[in-house]
Design a binder for this molecule. Sequence first.
Ligand code: RP5
Length: 172
Amino acid sequence: MKFVSILMGSKSDYEVMKESAKILEKFGVAHELIITSALRSPNRTKDYIQNAESKGAKVFIAAAGMAACLAGVVASQTTKPVIGVPLKGGAMDGLDAMLSTIQMPSGIPVATMTLGKAGAVNSAYLAMQILAIEDEELRVKLLEDRILKAKKVETDSLDVELIIKDNLCKLG
Ligand code: RP5
């Protein structure tokens, strides 16, 4: 069974990363979620990745703050796509985690999202876009979601917009 695997370095990461799981849930995409740390539980992390891959994990999402090496370690253990979500906290409130997650050595990529909830949500969308390459039903769902998002921009604007209707007045 194909699924998306979400790993996070600590229970303190769950508050943000549940937003990623919520999006996958909304689109009916199977997923797992596990707390495992690259530094505190390296053996558990390695074993989990191998096991998840053999069960059908197609994309890994890895979230961590501070030293934030989880996504890099996951990428070192699999050739499946790895999406990194840096989390706030630490001495530089997430900038440290962002730089750590993004700066992978050549040949071992991690697709790094932005910090916080937007990063968590986007990790789910990117994982689904990867799955949708070979899943027409999911591709259509993602397309419909984009249409809804575009409509929401229009309806949100209607609440506040001021447009000059008269175009008789030419500039220049
Ligand atoms: C990282 O250190 C975790 O991913 C978390 O973001 C951060 C702090 O962890 P806790 O001290 O809250 O467990 O490894």
